[in-house]
Design a protein around this ligand. Structure first.
Ligand SMILES: C[S@@+](CC[C@H](N)C(=O)[O-])C[C@H]1O[C@@H](n2cnc3c(N)ncnc32)[C@H](O)[C@@H]1O
Length: 329
């Protein structure tokens, strides 16, 4: 079976998240791969660190089954949980036993590789992509819950649609596209990826049609982010990951767009700085020590070789931190 998705910056993630100090082969360590996908990062870590155990989490049942098949050679070193990572981590942080999984220690390594996988674009069949054969506009990662992309396009008002396009993907023609959606749906519901792509193409100025990005790229991104609540769930996910991590443990986050990265950067900054005392000064005794130490002063980016071999990696940024020992939350 060939995977559709190539894991991004696996070497960099391994170097930052499994330092020699943990144990050279990862023995005794539990890693939670919160965004398992087809299992690319998990496979890399399981091969590299022969003593490491991983719990992989993904909200998409179909892709979790692909990973299960791919990783079965690792036997009991991998457990798979199908669900949202923030729900899984909250249970772990609270020391709760989780359905179908043995009681587990707090992880020393947590990886978040945000967004969706190339599997979703190529084999998802849910309208994530406007290339190839047209698909129904669903875009839900968890197909058991929530509104589909088509339902959102049918129900929201013009201003709400414009705001969604602007705030979820910084689409500069958000108003024009929103107007075109509202006008089109008066005559016919917008239910396929091809229909939405055509509508955006017609709505934007011709100069926008011949840029580096296809003019529908940001519209599709904004809708996917909306359908899956990606930006609103991210702060909750980061906090749950940090709480679940054992003191001395490490968290790595890979983002693919500036809106996600801004949230991660703000979260990392808050965890790695001293908190002000009552008078807003850092005088002795007036501030609490940071909860974490940054492992990346600036985010790590893929090398030119990686970008050449795997072009979708080009916008990735990896940030990592270590939870300070003695920070029991
Ligand atoms: C970029 S892909 C991960 C690819 C994976 N690291 C690999 O190398 O194959 C992100 C995956 O995380 C899942 N996902 C995104 N947000 C999630 C969340 N909050 N909880 C659980 N799964 C999530 C998506 O369904 C997708 O399969």
């Amino acid at each position: 079976m060939t995977a559709a998705h190539t894991p991004v910056m696996p070497e960099e993630a391994a170097r930052l998240l499994v330092p020699e100090a943990f144990s050279p082969d990862g023995a005794g360590e539990l890693m939670v791969d919160c965004t398992l996908g087809e299992g690319g990062h998990s496979e890399f870590f399981l091969r590299r660190f022969s003593g490491l155990k991983i719990t992989g989490v993904d909200a998409d049942k179909k892709i979790s089954n692909v990973a299960r098949e791919r990783l079965k050679e690792f036997g009991g070193r991998i457990e798979i949980y199908n669900g949202w990572a923030q729900d899984f981590l909250s249970g772990l942080g609270a020391g709760e036993a989780l359905e179908n999984l043995p009681v587990m220690p707090r992880p020393g390594i947590i990886l978040l590789d945000l967004g969706v996988s190339l599997y979703h674009y190529g084999k998802g069949g849910r309208g994530f992509s406007f290339r190839g054969e047209s698909e129904p506009l669903d875009m839900r990662i968890d197909t058991g819950r929530g509104l589909t992309a088509a339902e959102i396009l049918a129900r929201r008002g013009e201003k709400e649609l414009a705001d969604m396009l602007f705030f979820n993907a910084e689409e500069r023609y958000s108003r024009r596209i929103a107007r075109a959606i509202v006008e089109t749906r008066r005559w016919t519901p917008i239910t396929s990826a091809a229909a939405l792509e055509r509508l955006v193409w017609d709505a934007v100025p011709s100069s926008y049609r011949h840029g580096r990005l296809h003019p529908a790229t940001k519209t599709f991104q904004a809708l996917r982010v909306e359908v899956n609540g990606e930006l609103e769930k991210l702060p909750v996910l980061l906090e749950a990951a940090f709480e679940a991590l054992r003191p001395g443990g490490r968290l790595g986050v890979i983002t693919f767009n500036s809106l996600e990265d801004r949230i991660v950067k703000g979260f990392f900054r808050a965890k790695t700085r001293r908190k002000r005392g009552g008078h807003g000064r850092f005088a002795d005794g007036e501030s609490t020590p940071p909860e974490a130490a940054a492992l990346t002063a600036k985010p790590e980016c893929p090398s030119p070789e990686e970008i050449k071999a795997n072009p979708p990696s080009r916008s990735a940024k990896l940030r990592a931190l270590e939870k300070v020992c003695g920070t029991e939350v």
